[in-house]
Design a protein around this ligand. Structure first.
Ligand SMILES: C[S@@+](CC[C@H](N)C(=O)[O-])C[C@H]1O[C@@H](n2cnc3c(N)ncnc32)[C@H](O)[C@@H]1O
Length: 186
């Protein structure tokens, strides 16, 4: 899906190219339950729910303006398999998930990664996006010591062709660091 397909406000949206790689890396075709932590505009939740109508999707978001956008985008794409939870992650739950996307952590990076481990089924997949270099590196260290394996790290830099004067150039977007891994099984 294109970013222009989504209703957006001042909440930052995951870039469409990064969203495509992130959703693909979560292997949602094999999942029943998926959680999007820090869902923002809901672009990841909505695209996942739209592409996989049998998938049960939970979007967690702390910000009121963002919650409104998730509701609007979910309505626009008629994603009835998407549940929206307004609040801070981590929170108490007995639910288990097959895949988790981490799009925002606030200042709760370590707690959220450890919680992700708790709420994932064995062999469940996680994908996390970062733009700040030191947060990315801290996250990588936490994933390495928190019972995850098959850790893949990508840096995605996208440039788009745009007009400049009488010619065209590739306008670069900021790089995004994408960590994908799997909860260890027995
Ligand atoms: C970069 S945005 C996510 C973008 C989103 N994937 C999208 O495509 O629109 C990060 C979001 O995480 C939310 N957030 C940060 N920490 C959170 C937490 N602990 N619990 C819930 N939401 C959180 C922020 O309010 C913000 O909307």
């Amino acid at each position: 899906m294109r970013n222009s397909d989504f209703i957006t406000g001042k909440v930052p949206i995951t870039k469409e190219e990064v969203r495509a790689v992130s959703i693909s890396s979560l292997e949602l075709e094999n999942a029943e339950k998926f959680m999007d932590i820090g869902a923002g505009t809901g672009s990841v939740s909505v695209e996942a729910a739209y592409r996989y109508p049998k998938l049960s999707v939970t979007a967690v978001e702390r910000n009121d303006a963002a919650i409104e956008l998730i509701e609007k985008n979910s309505e626009k794409f008629k994603t009835e398999n998407l549940e929206i939870i307004k609040g801070y992650a981590p929170y108490e739950t007995d639910e288990k998930y097959d895949a988790v996307f981490i799009g925002g952590t606030g200042n709760r990076l370590e707690e959220i990664i450890e919680w992700t481990h708790d709420i994932l089924n064995e062999n469940g997949r996680v994908c996390a996006n970062f733009i700040v270099l030191d947060t990315f590196y801290r996250a990588l260290e936490i994933f390495r010591k928190s019972g995850f394996e098959d850790i893949q790290v990508r840096q995605i830099s996208v440039s788009n062709l745009e007009k400049i004067g009488t010619g065209e150039y590739f306008k670069p977007q900021n790089p995004v660091f994408v960590i994908t891994c799997r909860k260890k099984g027995d």
